[in-house]
Write a protein that binds this ligand. Structure first.
Ligand SMILES: Cc1cc2nc3c(=O)[nH]c(=O)nc-3n(C[C@H](O)[C@H](O)[C@H](O)COP(=O)(O)OP(=O)(O)OC[C@H]3O[C@@H](n4cnc5c(N)ncnc54)[C@H](O)[C@@H]3O)c2cc1C
Length: 267
C-alpha cells in the first residue's frame, strides 16, 4: 500500500474540518484506515478456516479488532487440537463459526454506530449529543465499558445456569488459590465442590483432557470450564440430574471418555 503523504493528510484535514489548515511535517507513524466494515459469510469452508482480520474488518474505533482476533484463535485453537489429538466430538468444529460469527457481527455494528455519531452532518451532531449525555452517567459508562471489554459477553451454549457461555469468573478457593491458577495446563478444568467428590469422580474417566479441582462446599457446586475459558456447564446443586448434566457436557465438549468412571476410586 502506498505510504501516507503530508499532502494526503492535509487534504483530508481541510475537507473534514472545513478550515484552510497547512501541515508542515508528519512526525511518528501515519496510517490509513476507513469505516470499511465487512465480515465473511462463513468462518469455515472445506479446508479453510478464517480467524482475525481475515474473517472480519471494521474501523479501529473502540480498539476491538485485535481482541476479536485473539478471541477467534482461543476459540478455534483447542478445537483444532482436539482434531489433531483424535478425540474431537462430533460437531465440535461447527461450533467455531456458530460461536464467533455473531460476536464479530456485533463488533461490526458497534463500530458502525461509532462512525455514525462522528460524522460532520447535523443529524450526527445531534445524535452525538445524546450519546455523550448518556455516557456521562455512571450507568451509561458502565454499560459501554462492559460491552467493549467483553465481560458481559455470553455465547449461546446448551444449559440454563447463568454462568454457562460466559468466561469463567475469578473464583478464590478455600486453599487461597484462584481457580484460574489451576488452568495453566490448557485442558478442561472441573471445579468440584460436592462433599463426596461426585463430579470429579465422573470426570476421572476423561483424565488427560479434564483436570479436577476440589473445594469446600459453596455455589456453584460444580463448573466445567473449556480450554478457552468459557463455562460449558455449571450447577448449584449436586443431585443425579446434575451428574447426568455434567456427563452430557463432558461428552459434548471433551469427546468420548478414555476410561470407565466405575473403575476410578471415589474421593
Ligand atoms: C490504525 C489502526 C488502529 C488499530 N487499533 C487497534 C486497537 O487499539 N486495538 C485493537 O484491538 N485493534 C486495533 N486495530 C486492529 C488490529 O490491528 C487488527 O485487528 C489485528 O492486527 C488483526 O490481526 P490479524 O493477525 O488477524 O491480521 P494482520 O495483523 O493483518 O496479520 C496478517 C499477517 O499475514 C500476513 N500475510 C498476508 N498474506 C499472506 C500470505 N499470502 N502469506 C503469508 N503471510 C501473509 C500479513 O503480512 C500479516 O503479517 C487497529 C487497526 C488499525 C488499522
Amino acid at each position: 500500500m502506498a505510504p501516507v503523504t503530508l499532502e494526503e493528510v492535509q487534504t483530508s484535514l481541510r475537507r473534514v474540518s472545513g478550515t484552510d489548515v497547512t501541515l508542515t511535517a508528519l512526525r511518528g507513524r501515519a496510517t490509513r484506515w476507513s469505516d470499511n466494515a465487512r465480515q465473511a459469510a462463513t468462518y469455515w469452508s472445506g479446508r479453510v478456516l478464517l480467524a482475525g482480520d481475515a474473517a472480519h474488518v471494521h474501523s479501529p474505533f473502540g480498539g476491538q479488532g485485535l481482541n476479536l482476533g485473539v478471541g477467534d484463535a482461543m476459540n478455534l485453537g483447542w478445537k483444532l487440537g482436539a482434531v489433531v489429538a483424535g478425540w474431537v466430538p462430533e460437531g465440535l468444529l461447527d461450533t467455531y463459526d456458530a460461536e464467533r460469527r455473531p460476536l464479530g457481527a456485533w463488533v461490526l455494528d458497534w463500530t458502525r454506530a461509532q462512525i455514525r455519531v462522528m460524522r460532520g452532518d447535523a443529524k450526527s451532531a445531534a445524535l452525538r449529543e445524546v450519546v455523550a449525555d448518556l455516557l456521562s452517567t455512571w450507568a451509561g459508562t458502565t454499560h459501554a465499558v462492559k460491552k467493549i471489554s467483553g465481560v458481559t459477553q455470553r455465547i449461546g451454549l446448551p444449559g440454563d445456569h447463568p454462568l454457562v457461555g460466559r468466561f469463567v469468573p475469578d473464583l478464590w478457593l478455600r486453599d487461597g488459590s484462584r481457580l484460574v491458577d489451576h488452568g495453566h495446563g490448557g485442558g478442561f478444568l472441573l471445579l468440584d465442590r460436592t462433599p463426596d467428590g461426585a463430579f470429579a469422580h465422573l470426570a476421572a474417566a476423561w483424565a488427560g483432557r479434564v483436570s479436577s479441582v476440589t473445594d469446600d462446599h459453596a455455589t456453584p457446586t460444580g463448573m466445567l470450564v473449556r480450554p478457552d475459558g468459557v463455562v460449558a456447564w455449571a450447577s448449584d446443586t449436586a443431585d443425579t440430574a446434575d451428574i447426568a448434566g455434567l456427563e452430557a457436557a463432558l461428552h459434548r465438549w471433551a469427546g468420548a471418555p478414555s476410561s470407565s468412571p466405575e473403575l476410578e476410586p471415589v474421593g
